[in-house]
Design a protein around this ligand. Structure first.
Ligand code: CA
Length: 228
């Protein structure tokens, strides 16, 4: 079996060496890119199993690279772990909201990074079982049957409402930005206003009735299903 490939996008040679040493030892095959443009190219061409992306890069900042990776139809499935030297909570949150799957704060323990990489790769495999039922409070979503119920009673949703709800449920507790929802629910090609998201969430809430309290509006940003 060929080893799992990881792409490292990082400009500091010391860090590249450190990552290379530990990730090789953990059995991964590696590619490296030292700036955003070549990182994006490499991601598209090689489709690595995971990308380790530094926040601080010359020319194009890591968050922008992350956003581009997560909006490109060929790369958006690839999990991204961000490396950041900024410990501020806001950066972490922003990192996640830009679609990164996880982050580690520099200086980090290579062992912890490997653990996180393995956790994400495992999670990724589990996603084949996207068919598994989701539930929160009174709401249950059964993707296999395309069925939603509130307190055991069926609710009829349009396919857009269904996708919206499933996406929020799958990422319970994490805020989903309007433009990310747009990309994922409507597809990257759609050129529609982010207010469309609000309109559909409003309809979705109406159909869910009281249970809709689970969907929280994060002002100026997006939506999330509250953490249980
Ligand atoms: Ca850097």
């Amino acid at each position: 079996m060929s080893s799992t490939k990881i792409l490292i996008i990082e400009d500091e040679q010391d860090m590249i060496d450190l990552l290379t040493l530990h990730l090789r030892k953990a059995g991964f095959a590696l590619s490296t890119a030292t700036d955003g443009a070549s990182g994006l190219r490499c991601a598209r061409e090689e489709l690595p199993a995971l990308i380790v992306l530094d926040l601080m890069l010359p020319k194009m900042p890591g968050l922008e690279i992350c956003r581009l990776l997560k909006t490109d139809i060929t790369t958006r499935q690839i999990p991204v772990i961000m490396l950041t030297a900024k410990a501020e909570e806001i950066d972490r949150i922003v990192g996640l909201e830009f679609g990164a799957d996880d982050y580690v704060t520099k200086p980090f323990s290579p062992r912890e990074l490997v653990l996180r990489i393995n956790a994400i790769l495992r999670r990724g495999k589990g996603e084949v079982a996207e068919e598994k039922k989701l539930s929160f409070g009174q709401i249950t979503v059964d993707p296999a049957r395309h069925h939603v119920a509130v307190g055991g009673k069926s609710v009829r949703l349009t396919s857009v409402e269904f996708k919206l709800l499933s996406m929020l449920m799958q990422r319970q507790g994490r805020v989903q930005a309007r433009d990310r929802l747009l990309n994922e629910v409507w597809g990257y090609e759609s050129v529609i206003d982010t207010r469309t998201v609000d309109t559909h969430v409003r309809r979705l809430r109406k159909k869910l009735g009281k249970a809709s309290a689970a969907i929280e509006t994060v002002r100026g940003f997006g939506y999330r299903i509250r953490e249980s």
